[in-house]
Design a protein around this ligand. Structure first.
Ligand code: GLC
Ligand code: CA
Length: 540
């Protein structure tokens, strides 16, 4: 496999609205990001994925774009954006932009034109269908609750929106649409960005008449065309958001021979606390062995014909410590470091979501008025109308709701955590004093420095990037154990996912050195390792 810069890179995701406010209006912005680049450099990351910063009416916080070539006024201007690109490049940080082209905002000029009349030149940029027996064309549903079809009075037809009704789906079968997208991508590539994260890219080949949304028949044809017309000529990375991906599907996207994307985000490990076949809100307890089985499957499925992305959380998911770790005061740091260790020692490109590196946690709410996210709000009203109790609904939202990850970043223990001098757009998590950057930087044992060390290990040891992966104790209910090996060297990763002390026999291996651990010493009786709560050790 030809080596690329992103093979040994670590990416940091910024949700701009909540990262750093620079002008006191309570909303994070681009100048705020620039002021924190040295912090990110200290962490050691190579690339930044910026969630959307384009002009948007913010129905879905920027994932509804009304102008792809302008910056949302709240975030700054194009001059600020150019400043950010330059400031990143000066520090050797590549900037990955969010490409949201499955849909636009309904306030995008294309859609404003399209809905004027059936023969408007932009009509075919979107997907319109006649009513069927006075009702929606078919049973397709929106991810944000309700039908995926919205009736337009003026022209008497429905348009498709797989997300909110303010996010009409683009018609990718129309060559003009594709050409507009290529132009726009080249506009950004010419500015010197480092690549694209592609929002719900698995949906662009949809065939709504057959109720096919993901993985439509022309999806890969479009991506090959995109590669050829845009980023294929540049040394950039691309990562597709692909919810239903299996290893076979992931290879179609990321096998270098196919000239599509660098890698995809797969979500099999993310869906584990969802009742199979139901909605994300139908919660079930996590199954640890399943988690290991899924990780191991993805760690061993590629053989130069694909590449993994490694992530625990993002702006759409709950905070990982609250999900797979333990967010009590006692175990938050230990479990945070343990989770970081087992992810960052895997093969693939790791992503860190803002605040993960200081161990930020979920923010349970008691009332719907404390929520902002459209997905949670729509679900709340939908399920309430269907007769679910308020307690049931809030339980789901507190487990999985997207606001958990979107609350402002904690920089210090001052009012509003140093995020803003004004009123924050979304209330903060209450644990600011305990969890903040200033505190993390002043404590040599913090989660922050653990992440920094893990990143350094990847930088300095090809075994972390290229080594073969082998799982050792798939049947254990408590321990996750795996080995990485390259050129006769091997590393052993042992992690305890529980609060109990768990034994692990080292007879088969004879490690010579502890490379990194989240405890200060080892607890051992002969060859038997006593793993304390959430202990994670990397041995050589
Ligand atoms: C992706 C984004 C999510 C957004 C949706 C619609 O899943 O990550 O935040 O709401 O697409 O654009
Ligand atoms: Ca601001």
């Amino acid at each position: 496999m030809q080596k690329k810069w992103w093979h040994d890179s670590v990416v940091y995701q910024i949700y701009p609205r909540s990262f750093q406010d620079s002008n006191g209006d309570g909303v994070g912005d681009i100048q705020g990001i620039i002021s924190r680049l040295d912090y990110l450099k200290k962490l050691g990351i190579d690339a930044l994925w910026l969630s959307p910063v384009f002009e948007s009416p913010n129905d879905d916080n920027g994932y509804d774009i009304s102008d792809y070539r302008n910056i949302m006024a709240e975030f700054g201007s194009m001059a600020d954006m150019d400043d950010l690109i330059q400031s990143c490049n000066e520090r050797g940080i590549r900037l990955i932009m969010d490409l949201v082209v499955n849909h636009t905002s309904d306030e995008h000029p294309w859609f404003i034109e399209a809905k004027k009349s059936k023969d408007n030149p932009y009509r075919d940029y979107y997907i319109w269908r006649d009513p069927v027996e006075g009702d929606v064309p078919n049973g397709l549903g929106s991810t944000f609750s309700g039908p995926a079809w919205e009736f337009d009075e003026t022209t008497g037809q429905y348009y498709l929106h797989l997300f909110s009704k303010k996010q009409p789906d683009l018609n990718w079968e129309n060559k003009k649409v594709r050409e507009e997208v290529w132009d726009m991508m080249n506009f950004w590539l010419d500015k010197g960005i480092g690549g694209f994260r592609m929002d719900v890219i698995d949906l662009i080949g949809k065939q709504p008449d057959n109720e096919i949304t993901g993985n439509g028949p022309k999806l890969h044809e479009y991506l090959q065309e995109m590669n050829k017309e845009t980023f294929g000529k540049h040394d950039v990375m691309t990562v597709g958001e692909t919810w239903g991906a299996t290893p076979e599907i992931a290879k179609l996207y990321s096998d270098p021979k196919r000239d599509e994307l660098s890698m995809v985000f797969q979500f099999e490990h993310i869906g584990l606390d969802e009742v199979p076949g139901k909605e994300k809100w139908d919660w079930q307890a996590l199954d640890f062995k399943e988690l290991k089985r899924i990780f191991s499957k993805w760690q061993t499925c590629f053989n130069g014909d694909g590449w993994n992305s490694l992530f625990w959380n993002n702006h759409d998911t709950p905070r990982i410590i609250s999900r797979w770790g333990n967010d009590s005061e006692e175990y938050r740091e230990l479990s945070g470091k343990m989770l970081a260790t087992i992810l960052h020692m895997q093969k693939g490109t790791p992503y860190i979501y803002q605040g993960e590196e200081i161990g930020m946690v979920n923010t349970p709410v008691q009332d719907v008025s404390q929520l902002d996210d459209i997905e949670s709000l729509n679900m709340y009203h939908d399920r309430f109308a269907k007769g679910y109790s308020k307690e049931d609904i809030l339980f789901s939202i507190n487990k999985k709701g997207r606001d958990n990850a979107r609350r402002p970043m904690h920089w210090n223990s001052e009012e509003h955590a140093g995020f803003t001098e004004g009123e924050p757009w979304l209330t903060l998590n209450p644990r600011v004093e305990e969890i903040n950057v200033e505190q993390a930087l002043s404590n040599p044992n913090s989660i922050f420095y653990h992440y920094q060390k893990l990143i350094e290990l990847r930088k300095n040891n090809p075994i972390v990037v290229w080594g073969e992966y082998r799982e050792l104790l798939p049947e254990s209910d408590a321990l996750y154990v795996y080995e990485r090996s390259l050129d006769g060297e091997s590393w052993l990763v042992v992690a305890n996912f529980t609060e109990e002390i768990v034994d692990y026999d080292l007879v088969e291996q004879s490690p010579t050195e502890v490379i990194l651990s989240n405890y200060e010493d080892l607890l051992q009786e002969g060859a038997c390792l006593k793993l304390r709560p959430y202990e994670a050790i990397i041995f050589k």
